[in-house]
Design a protein around this ligand. Sequence first.
Ligand code: GDP
Ligand code: MN
Length: 396
Amino acid sequence: MRPSATLTAVLDLLEYQGKELFARHGVPVPRGKHAKTIEEALAAADEIGYPCVVKAQVQIGGRGKAGGIKVAESREETEEHSRAILGMQITGPHGEGPFEVHELWVEEASEIDAEYYASIILDRSEKKPLAMLSVMGGMNVEEIADKDPSALVRRHIDPQSGLSAGEAEQLATDAGVDEDVRGKTAEMLVKLYGAFNELDATLIEVNPLVVTANREVVALDSKTTIDNSALYRHEDVAAFEDLSAMDPQERMAKEKGLTYVKLDGDIGILANGAGLCMSTLDVVAQAGGDPANFLDAGGGSKADAIVAALEVITSDPKVKAILFNIFGGITRCDEIAKGIIEASGRIDIGVPVIVRLDGTNSEEGLALLAEADLPDLHLEKTMLGAADRVVEAAGS
Ligand code: GDP
Ligand code: MN
């Protein structure tokens, strides 16, 4: 599972969406058009001119190697490539996916002199953005770091003062960027940081950042990730969110207004409050289990919220057991108990449920659950005891 410290729901944008945002923030990108059908791709190519590049739009890298990026010299070739790429299944370099290609980005072909790598990530351990630059672009950052760690120049950015032109220039110099394009590369980094900051991004990766034959510096690719919690203040970004491409549980949770993050284990987790939810994940992991999700039912959870939460958790076929860890403050444990009882009447939970209730009205809650005598529901007094029990119930 992902360590709980990096537990953040994010929106991964497609290349063309990232490039549209880049353009709005002054980052130079090749001219291009979005297409969903072969006809749209042909119209786009005719408008852009030849040669053009037909690019598969999926949320993973390595498209080039997978055959998802092709240069077309003519209308005929555009048709041939679009036909081949639309509907193609692409698997990521780390086995992600496969993702089926439903969308294309057709853009003017660039004459490439050099391929660089640039990224800005949120470095949580330093609580600062981190800019990285290398003249060894085209391959992924792990490969660069592997081949020659000194070829990857890293610099933290002070969030108060941002990235100055001078600092960016120094980065470009340290990375060994060709002297004639140092200024343009530095300018690009400053603009990328501006976009990162204004968009509440957690990652912006441009690989490759190219130097064209005319010695222009252009973003040829974009991998942009936005913090979901900030989407409310970025309407233009939220509009990119494709609910149909979302994980089914995450989509369901979003529709129900729940704070939910899918993980890859088999133990469904529900707790109230982000802090308790995080520690529940840790305790379950410590007990040898693998959490299937993070679900914060929030303070003051009412029965309806519990029913909705259980619907989301049980719709994940991987879930083999569920842990309810509730510490009642504003939340009343009797309300939680009523929610569990109501949910078990409305949906088939189908897996063992371990419940730990403590705090406000816990006695009333426990009494209600004891009286309801639900099948395969087990009460535990402590968080550790409940964690051990749920791991045992999941048989993992
Ligand atoms: P990725 O494989 O998913 O990372 O997709 P990229 O957008 O990074 O493209 C992969 C590679 O295709 C780049 O590193 C380039 O070498 C090549 N490529 C992409 N666009 C163009 C283009 O306009 N002209 C040329 N000559 N090559 C391109
Ligand atoms: Mn790339």
